[in-house]
Every structure is written in structure tokens, then in C-alpha cells.
Ligand binder design. Structure first.
Ligand code: MF3
Ligand code: CO
Ligand code: CO
Length: 298
């Protein structure tokens, strides 16, 4: 049976945040603090708090991924995440970030990024990226994984596997002394070798006391981006890899980005801390879920 394309469905009202939760600066205004291109903040005293925020994000992402199965709606996944984030005493960073209406992003099949949870039910054969960011202890932690809904076709499996490998290869080059453009070089080489394309309009980003801050982290090779990677930087790497064209189209909701040819897209994301001799994966866990699914998803 031919796969149906994803269409806009019904979005439930934004979920409430109780008054005891400490909110980021945009929670009531929708306007984030200006992205400070000029200054890449190196974390020293914030590292402990960053570790906690990232550990929370990982815990919530695992809970969401455990709930993925045919028949579940993406709104139900949002509900699970929202409830648990509040229970942790944290704030779901996407909520009202530039007006985003929900607490996580759920991007199914040809949705590249920023899918809004709604009442669409997952169906066997879908792939879905769940992207969780939490604000806790004054810091943001951001991670995402793509997983299978039941049994998926061979090309979808290859796409998800290669996208995961792109993230691993990129993380491998993160160490002081290397340049930021080594990341895009690693992602681009591996994606191209496998016949896939790399989305250019969304990037990795510095993260910490703000959700998105300098540095900008491209997932394709940028010869001129010779910024040095230095100890104490915290940023994400989050390659979006497509089966077909790299081009994206944004839906009228101004958030949902889909591939222009409606072929599939996958993504993985970690928040990283640059250490003296390498990298600490702040949102790391066990192996990714798709590798554990082993074709046994109920
Ligand atoms: N978590 C996404 C990222 O990786 C950003 C989502 S912003 C939102 O950067 F507003 F769409 F939630
Ligand atoms: Co991110
Ligand atoms: Co994210």
C-alpha cells in the first residue's frame, strides 16, 4: 500500500504550566533573547546545571519514545512529555518559543523538523522524530531521535541508520583544535556517500542559558567557517538527512517543514560539551531506540 502523506490535523490547546515552574524569558512573550552572534559563551560554573538539564531531556525523550506505537497520536506523546517535564520541576522549552504551540516537536515521515503534535495517529511503517528540549536549573538541554513505528521499509531503515551514523561521525571530530566546519564535512561526506541529501536551512546551535545561541553549527561543509572549537563550548549537532531532495517547504502553520518532494527525512540530535581533549555527550544514553527495536515493535 502506498504511504499517505502527512497533512495538517487538529492541534489541541497549549498545555498549562503551573506557577511554581521557573520559565525561560520567552514563555509569556514568545520572544527569545537576541541570538548573540558575536559571543560564544564558554561554560564554566554552568556545566553542572547543564548536565542536569540534559539528563532531564534524555529521560523525557526515552519516556516519549517508549510510547511510540501504531495508533498513538502525536498529541498523546506531547502530553506524556509535558506531564513528565512538569513533574521534574522543569519547563518544556518549545512551548511558546516564537509562538510554538506545543511542548515537543514530532516530525513524521516527510516532515523534516518542527512538526506540531496533533491528533494524527501513527501508523505501521511510519518513521517519527521526537525532539525534546527542557529548561531546568536555568539551562536548556536538547535531544532527538528518529524511531520506527512497527515494521518499516528497507529504505527508511537505511535512512535512519545513515542519519545516526552522520551524528556519530560528526561527534567524533568535536575536540579543541578542530574547526567547527569539520562537523559539516563529516556529515556531508557520509550522507553523500550513501546517496542522501543534507538539509541546509536548519542547523545545530549553541545552547545553555538560551535555547538557541552562537555558535551556528552547519551540517554541510562550509570552507569559511573556521571558528575554533574550544573547551567549555556547549552546542547541538542535529543533522537532517533526506532520501531525495534537500529542499524544504514550510506549511502555512509557519513551523512544519516538509521535504519538497515528500520523500522521507530523518534526524538525530545531541547536546555536547567540549572537554579538554574531546567531547562529553550531555544527552547521551544507551544505544538509540531504532537499534533496540530489532523489528519487534508491537
Ligand atoms: N528542539 C529544536 C531544535 O533542535 C527546536 C524546536 S523550536 C520549536 O533546535 F519552537 F519548534 F520548538
Ligand atoms: Co536543537
Ligand atoms: Co531539538
Amino acid at each position: 500500500m502506498k504511504r499517505q502523506t502527512v497533512t495538517a490535523a487538529t492541534v489541541s490547546p497549549s498545555r498549562a504550566v503551573p506557577p511554581h515552574i521557573v520559565c525561560p524569558e520567552y514563555a509569556h512573550t514568545a520572544v527569545p533573547a537576541p541570538y548573540k552572534l558575536s559571543c560564544i559563551k564558554v561554560k564554566v560554573d554552568q556545566i553542572g546545571r547543564m548536565r542536569k538539564a540534559c539528563r532531564f531531556a534524555r529521560e523525557v525523550l526515552d519516556l516519549v519514545l517508549a510510547a511510540v506505537r501504531p495508533g498513538v497520536t502525536t498529541d498523546e506523546l506531547d502530553q506524556i512529555a509535558h506531564q513528565h517535564i512538569i513533574a521534574l520541576g522543569a519547563y518544556p522549552s518549545p512551548l511558546n518559543y516564537m509562538g510554538f504551540p506545543k511542548s515537543i516537536c514530532t516530525s513524521v515521515n516527510e516532515v523534516v523538523v518542527h512538526g506540531i503534535p496533533d491528533n494524527r495517529r501513527l501508523v505501521e511503517g511510519d518513521i517519527i522524530n521526537c525532539d525534546v528540549t527542557v529548561y531546568a536549573h536555568g539551562m536548556h538541554g536538547d535531544c532527538s531521535e528518529t524511531i520506527f513505528v512497527g515494521e518499516v521499509d528497507a529504505l527508511a531503515k537505511k535512512l535512519v541508520q545513515v542519519t545516526w551514523e552522520c551524528l556519530l561521525r560528526a561527534i567524533d571530530v568535536v575536540r579543541p583544535g578542530n574547526k567547527l566546519n569539520a562537523i559539516g564535512l563529516a556529515v556531508e561526506a557520509h550522507a553523500r556517500q550513501n546517496g542522501f541529501s543534507i538539509v541546509r536551512e536548519f542547523s545545530g546551535h549553541g545552547i545553555g542559558e538560551n535555547f538557541h545561541m552562537a555558535p551556528y553549527v552547519a551540517h554541510f561543509y562550509e570552507p569559511d567557517n573556521t571558528t575554533q572549537i574550544v573547551e567549555g563550548m556547549t552546542f547541538t549537532i542535529e543533522p537532517m538527512i533526506n532520501v531525495g531532495t534537500a529542499e524544504c517547504v514550510i506549511w502555512p502553520d509557519k513551523w512544519t517543514a516538509v521535504t519538497a518532494d515528500l520523500r522521507r527525512s530523518a534526524q538525530f540530535e545531541h547536546t555536547l560539551l567540549v572537554t579538554a581533549d574531546g567531547v562529553e555527550i550531555l544527552t547521551g544514553g544507551r544505544e538509540p531506540w531504532f537499534l533496540r527495536q530489532d523489528n519487534r515493535n508491537p
